[in-house]
Ligand binder design. Sequence first.
Ligand code: FAD
Ligand code: SF4
Length: 492
Amino acid sequence: MNERFDVVVVGSGAGGGVVAGELAQRGRSVLLLELGPYRTAVDFARWEAKATHELWWPIRFAMPVGEWGPGAVALVAGRCVGGSTTINTKVAMRADAADLEKWHAASGLVNEHGEPFGVADMAPFYERVERYLGVRTRDDWSDSVRTVERGFNALDARLDAVESYTDENCMRLGSCLQGCPTNAGKSTQNTYIQEAWVRGSLDVRPDSRVERVLIEDRGDGVEATGVEYVDEAGRRHSVAAGAVVVAAGTLNTPGLLVRSGLDDPLIGRNVGFHPARLVFGRYDEPQDAHVVYPITSHCADFRHDVDGGFVVEAVTMQDPISFAINLQDEQGPMWGKALVEALRRFRHWTGLLVMVNDDNNGAVVADPDPGAAADAFTCDFQPPELARLDRALTFGRAVHDAAGAREILWTGLLTTHMQGSCRMGSDPARSVVDAHGETHSVKRLFVGDGSVVPRTLSANPSLTIMALATRLADHLHADRNGYLSDLQAAVG
Ligand SMILES: Cc1cc2nc3c(=O)[nH]c(=O)nc-3n(C[C@H](O)[C@H](O)[C@H](O)COP(=O)(O)OP(=O)(O)OC[C@H]3O[C@@H](n4cnc5c(N)ncnc54)[C@H](O)[C@@H]3O)c2cc1C
Ligand code: SF4
């Protein structure tokens, strides 16, 4: 190992991009390793097939445990510098008190005063991220939002403008899922990472697959000493670090930890999907919902479990390929003439995204074999979760119905909000990492992505993941354990 850094960060999405950028801004030497390619606004075009190939993970599925009606959950995530933030819709929602109470109940998470971790513990980190990304209210509603607003009003439900990390250069042409061509959409690539990288304070290596965290016992207990990664040309490298932050995303972090030798049985457990469906309505007038900023409004009336346990976002439209392959009606997936007719009227459809609170019964089944690395994913929704899923679909259909839709179709279950495969908590019997994100079993090894979220949020998760990553960067920089100041000892 002839290279040494204060911190090596694995994965450059909402978690890893923020930890790396924050630490680099403070003068720490940081290496950021990303499996996917480096692409910027000049590369982003509205070419659905190309973008999903270049910037997305191939779609993975969480397979149901046993017999279960609605079938598998499609898992959507980014694989490029910026991770999923490069291809997301940038809605910025905070977790609320009820969400954070669930965290404490799930894993005994407490703050530095020993009190249940709550809103006040997150607030300063949310504020920092919101200020840095320029979060603003999107009340520039399109006609397609006004169409469905009629339905919400008729049902006595409230539609509010969302907050989002998009600036005034947003051209509202709706290609967020293929990368933002104007840089109006703030990913970690065009903010935290790019700023530190061009200033020369951050070393970023795209196309670099981290295969394992290097772990040793040098007489002071088991600790992480660096990582081993393979570059684009297939060359293998080892780098040393005072601390390692794994932020490969909820679906990938467990496999990396297990293939590095961690044997905590909780790794990969308690996965939450925040499962969702798109519910589409076809109207007489063209809606052109594919050429708007995708999500300017939402209804949070049913956000808490006691009120229904779902949030509805409006409006959103899939691009033609995704729309064609996901449509369903009561008979199941559509095909043939009915599908062709639905596609012919593409401009007339507009969509609602109904997202449901789940109870973290999913799993990442990590493959310990480094040669295969064939991780699998399962879902196991229980009756209360299935009831919420039904309620959310019924409500989405009712909104379109009340708004005057001529036809209503929907998709199978999908998610872009996977969370919780390496739970954070103060009780080691119920969590993988402690309240600072350090694994209970290996010192100097931290998890800094959506994996640590102890219970599924009733909100879009990226702002929370970035806030937790900011908190982790503060903790690492403060270096109370001497991991970074003791770098000589760390690299042996
Ligand atoms: C289409 C879409 C729309 C979304 N819309 C919103 C929204 O509007 N609002 C919101 O709050 N959230 C949204 N999300 C969710 C949000 O983007 C994610 O929750 C968040 O980005 C997850 O952060 P993360 O750091 O856990 O993982 P990611 O952002 O997915 O980053 C993980 C990174 O690690 C890399 N990696 C994996 N394995 C390795 C390895 N072995 N070596 C090196 N690198 C590796 C991956 O390639 C990836 O780039 C959306 C997501 C998607 C996909
Ligand atoms: S709608 Fe706005 S944020 Fe989305 S890609 Fe277009 S310019 Fe970027």
